[in-house]
Ligand binder design. Structure first.
Ligand code: ADP
Length: 617
């Protein structure tokens, strides 16, 4: 829409136009009536005046026509008519009762005197014996002419027709008078229109100014600018409207602020939620997604917003959006859509529905259940592991016992061997159950550490001494185990639970022996870094395959189950060690090269122990 049309449609334009239109209509009506009345009046006046003249002339002519000497008649008439030359009179003719022209005041038409008049008006007036008057357009003179034909009668009782007077007068003056008045009227009208337009412009401005101010203010409100106020010019309807707009502005502002605060609150709730949240429109396109959901799905805001929830959650192959709306239960989801995904999510869906039942969107709450699933998985495998681990020794105990029952006890050679097996298996079960109890206590956070400052050099040294003594025993002598100590010179004081730490180091040393069947050198190191001490045990045994390295600290995990079991292992030693070190704020890990050997590391937090200068008096 262009500006011109807008202006034409504006009140600014319409009000003056309305005023002008109304004024023109009234002027038209008044003017038409006035001019018509004026014309009638002026013509009547003219007619009256002419009639007066006619009567006067008639009075003058009557004696001449009745008694006048025939000889002098013409000149007497001519004399009388002389007085009527000029003014509005164009021509005055006098005819006798037979229709012969007796005189005319028109000098150019003196030749007509004595001739019979051909004027039909004269004949008619004399015949009907009444006046005849009318206006006509005289082509010769090119003007409007007022023609009066009046029969003349004798003054006595007989009232005999003695002639007629034809009087033609110029009525143009009346019309020019009318024209003058019309001109004055038109001028006055133009003046009135100008004044009206000016007034209308002022009035319409008075109306449109507050209206356009209100329009600007409402446009500002629509844009979200509530700072302005509409001026109130009076207590009329417009003033009240302005007041209402100001009121509306402040109400909208308040409502906007509340909505904004609400939105911010929702934003911050969504932002800090530990669950992921997605909201879609009714077509399933994502319109809101919080940071947690982006993290869980490994997406950016741009990758998610506006996309279909079916693609974002990789559900497109399993469901349609309609089915998703109807789904009542939680779904297990995978961030990449692959079931092999390490992370597992749980999605809970709820439909956003209006009171009318119209579905306006879907909300999905995502929870990371990876850890939960892992724990659940671990719990399941733990129970099955324990059952399995106990079942094997129990089965062999049972079969040996049965053999003994069936008579083997009588055999002097077999019976002790069988009993030895039963004892070994029972011992292993007891060890396993003791270990499990240990672990279970640690799981429940039961055992408090009995911390004391110990020199790690001494502690480790003593354990190794014990092993060296053991190596010199008959059982180990042939296997040529050798221990190399590589200790730092500094004495490292750490605060540990001595018994538990001995248990850990024992376990590592025992493993080094167990899994180095051909003997070999066991290198034991003790060193320090700026904030920890590191203790390591390196053997030259079988080593641990890379894929198993990260699992050996799990409960019941063994690289080679059969062999480990035959070595009397429970599969719990390293798991217990890990728990002990976690309790100490330390760490345990391993590195290994298959068939070359393994190194187990233990680190413990360490602060340099400042020996106080002891001053004795
Ligand atoms: P186990 O009682 O079976 O030794 P651990 O928890 O002590 O249980 O050890 C778990 C598994 O780690 C062992 O079964 C073994 O397969 C592997 N392992 C531990 N230490 C060594 C080592 N020094 N060399 C090779 N494999 C080892």
């Amino acid at each position: 829409m262009n500006k011109k049309i807008k202006w034409i449609q504006s009140i600014h334009f319409k009000i003056p136009m309305l005023f002008i239109f109304m004024l023109l209509v009234s002027l038209q009506i008044i003017g038409a009536y006035f001019i018509r009345q004026l014309e009638t009046k002026l013509i009547n006046n003219f007619d009256t005046q002419m009639s007066l003249n006619l009567r006067f002339l008639e009075n003058s002519l009557q004696p001449v026509l009745i008694d006048g000497d025939e000889e002098l008649k013409e000149s007497s008439i001519q004399n009388i008519l002389q007085d009527y030359i000029g003014g509005d009179f164009l021509e005055i003719r006098v005819v006798d009762d037979r229709g012969y022209i007796l005189g005319t005041n028109d000098q150019t038409r003196q030749s007509m005197i004595g001739l019979k008049s051909t004027d039909r008006d004269v004949q008619q007036a004399m015949l009907l014996q009444t006046d005849r008057k009318y206006q006509y357009l005289n082509d010769d003179r090119n003007s409007r002419v007022w023609k009066t034909v009046s029969p003349i009668f004798t003054t006595d009782n007989t009232g005999e027709l003695i002639g007629a007077i034809v009087m033609e007068s110029n009525i143009e003056t009346v019309y020019s008078q009318i024209m003058d008045i019309v001109t004055i009227f038109l001028n006055a009208s133009v003046f009135a229109i100008v004044i009206t337009v000016l007034l209308a412009v002022i009035i319409s401005r008075g109306l449109t100014r507050p209206i356009s101010e209100m329009r600007t203010q409402t446009a500002n409100i629509a844009r979200g600018d509530y700072s302005g106020k509409v001026m109130i010019y009076g207590n009329d309807e417009l003033g009240q409207l302005a007041d209402t707009i100001n009121d509306l502005s402040s109400k909208v502002k308040e409502a906007q602020e509340t909505t904004e605060a609400e939105r911010q609150r929702l934003d911050s709730v969504l932002k800090h939620m530990s669950d992921g949240v997605l909201a879609t429109d009714r077509r399933g396109r994502v319109i809101i997604i919080n940071n947690r959901a982006l993290d869980l799905l490994d997406l950016t805001q741009e990758e998610a917003i506006g996309k279909s929830i079916m693609n974002v959650l990789h559900l497109g192959n399993t469901f349609t959006f309609r089915q998703l709306l109807e789904i009542q239960k939680e779904l297990i989801l995978y961030p990449t859509g692959e079931e092999t995904d390490e992370n597992i999510l749980q999605g809970e869906f709820s439909v956003i529905q209006r009171e009318t039942g119209f579905i306006s969107g879907l909300i999905c709450v995502l929870t990371d259940i990876t850890e939960q699933e892992k724990i659940e998985q671990e719990r399941r495998s733990f129970v099955s592991n324990v059952s399995h681990e106990l079942r094997t020794p129990l089965t062999s105990v049972k079969s040996y016992t049965e053999s003994l029952q069936e008579g083997a006890w009588k055999d002097q050679e077999i019976a002790p061997a069988f009993l030895q097996v039963i004892t070994t298996e029972t011992d292993r079960m007891i060890r396993m159950i003791t270990d499990l109890l240990h672990l279970s206590r640690m799981d429940q956070g039961m055992p408090q550490l009995e911390l004391e400052f110990v020199s790690m050099n001494d502690l480790f040294g003593h354990i190794l001494d014990r092993f060296e003594v053991m190596f010199s025993s008959e059982q180990y002598r042939d296997r040529n185990y050798k221990i190399i100590r590589d200790f730092t010179q500094r004495t490292l004081w750490v605060e540990v639970d001595q018994d538990k730490m001995i248990q850990v180091i024992d376990n590592i040393m025992n493993n080094a022996l167990k899994y180095s069947p051909d003997g070999g050198t066991i290198t034991c190191r003790l060193m320090e870094t700026h904030n920890s001490i590191v203790l390591s045990v390196t053997d030259e045994g079988l080593g641990i395959p890379r894929k198993d390295l990260q699992h050996i600290f799990e409960r019941f995990y063994r690289v080679d189950k059969a062999r480990a079991r035959s070595m009397g292992g429970t599969g719990l030693g390293l798991a217990i060690s890990k728990e002990v070190l976690t309790m100490h704020g330390g760490r345990i890990w391993a590195s290994s090269i298959e068939n070359k050997g393994s190194t187990f590391f233990i680190s413990l937090p360490y602060e340099e122990f400042e020996e106080e200068e002891e001053e004795w008096g």
